[in-house]
Design a protein. Sequence first.
Lengths: 419, 234
Amino acid sequence: MFNKDRWREIIEVLSSNVGRTLLTAFGVCWGIFILITLLAAGKGFENGIRKDFGDIATNTMFMWTRSTTKPFEGLPKGRSFEFKTNDVQAIWDNVPNLKYISPRNQIGGFRGGGNVVRGIRIGAYDVYGDYPEIIKQDPMTVTSGRFINYNDIEQKRKVAIIGQGVQSELYDKGEEVLGSYIKIRGINFLVIGTYKKNNNDGDGEEAQKQIFVPFTSFSQAFNRGEDVGWMAITAHDGSSISQLKENIIEVMRKRHKVHPEDKRAIGYFDLYEQFNRVESLFFGLKAIAYLVGIMVLLSGIIGVSNIMLIVVKERTKEIGIRRALGEQPISIKKQILMESIFLTIISGMVGIIFGALLIYGINSLLDSVGPVDMFMNPSVSVGVVSGALMILMISGLLAGFIPAQSAIRVRPIEALRTE
Amino acid sequence: MIEIKDLHKSYKMGSNSLHVLKGINFSCEAGELVAIMGSSGSGKSTLLNILGMLDEADSGEYTLDGVPIKDLSETKAANYRNKFLGFVFQSFNLINYKSAMENVALPLYYQRVPRKERQEKSLKYLERVGLREWATHLPSELSGGQKQRVAIARAMAAEPKVLLADEPTGALDSTTSYEVMDLIQKINDEGNTILVVTHEPDIAEMCKRVIHLKDGVIVEDKKVEQVRASQYVK
Ligand SMILES: Nc1ncnc2c1ncn2[C@@H]1O[C@H](COP(=O)(O)OP(=O)(O)OP(=O)(O)O)[C@@H](O)[C@H]1O
Ligand SMILES: [Mg+2]
């Protein structure tokens, strides 16, 4: 079936009217080009957005206190309150399927001013009091030394892990960092590690300029007592934090005497919900890309089918001669189908190549102008390309089907009579 | 070789039907060279097409070399045509984008003869019709007589039991016609069975037997003294 003669035959027929063949090929070429380009653009958008999320555990919520907006059990509205360290245990006791609960405290922030001093150098950094688990929720790579551990927590050691941004501002190049001291609000902390974070969005630089110290040491050093600034809570993979969120907040309302209807007293940010919203956006984009691409491709295929029909009409006489000489109807059908598939696949591949070139061009453009907001590394996977080839194969078959059928419907005697 | 009994064929055209063959009885032995004559519209081509399995009779029997020909599927008919029959048409019916050699090789291709052997064989047959040097030429580069000789080579390449020629000289001038008939006679001399449809009495005289068709039946069937075409060919 795939012998040399058959191929020669196909090439002969397709090259006998080059102009028409190219015009037909263009339809399919264009369709697959649009499909590939749209998918790549969608992927670029997706990559860009995903990068903004960084490595952060997405099944996570953040929760903090605000002032109450409803009086409750004799307490006035407008009352402010704080989470306490024992709230953490209360959540563990009352809400199942949670993986991490990290109470956190913070000083610094944007309005922090110079709060960290080393020798004659001074800097303004976010300083966090944290538990060891935070590295699982807000992933960072420890580039030297180590991260906080439970001994640090229990013994309230005055130790700190600093970001690479902090290091480059407070230290000379090549200067030993581990074992040195920095003064945070006048209190000495021993530097035991450095880290680097992977997310690369607008806050990229800010993310490298943080300092982590043990939660307990932080509370002691900066007089937070049992107060907890906010919490980062991650659910197990099997369940979603969005569903557990209400339970957690309810536990907190009860413990802090907040009116059950008071929606504003406890603030939160549900990362998972945001993430899902974006995920469905990606899905929608992909669906649109496929829809538009396949529509365009379809018109290309109809073009191929039409041309093949004309070719068959033109070759009626020839087909009659072949059949008189003893060619089997099935062989004629195969011939037409293979011409159609061949034409579709070749032109489709040209479309894929042009699409790939365009994607390559955009990528090198992005590389040269630097990162762009919400768009990064547009690409199509090998899976998509082989999927596209599959689609082409099937469409070639469909496009050739009707012409092939009509080629053998004419009886040889009638085919021979046509002049 | 060929045996037909009470063959009928009519064409339906709307409400009328045209009864073309009204009970043909005919038989011929291997090695015969038969001319089929008759006025235009008398059903010569119709008969030849039925013999060639390009068309089907409405009723009657047809046996080719002992094989009963009836209720053929299109696939089987193609198979029989390929193995048993060679065709020569008035309008040559060469495939115009294939060279002379490729045209001759075509029936062999359908017999799944390997490429190499196909080329050798088709060159051999082109040699026999005197067109070896024209093997790589396209039909458009050949004269009418040359085209018909290529068509005869093509018909003979598959070594058929019977060669069917429908007015093979109809589109040729008399000199070229004689050349073609000379070739047909030579092929017949080798023992091949050949049926030739023709209008022209001088062509019919170059056969060994002439049958006349009129009003859908055979009205005359006679042996003739064969006139050799070679005497008219330089
Ligand atoms: N497919 C067809 N449909 C209807 N009528 C047909 C068909 N083929 C042939 N006929 C009719 O059948 C009759 C015989 O046709 P046929 O072609 O056999 O004649 P012929 O003897 O070969 O004539 P000529 O010498 O002109 O070639 C003619 O009247 C023709 O019009
Ligand atoms: Mg005729």
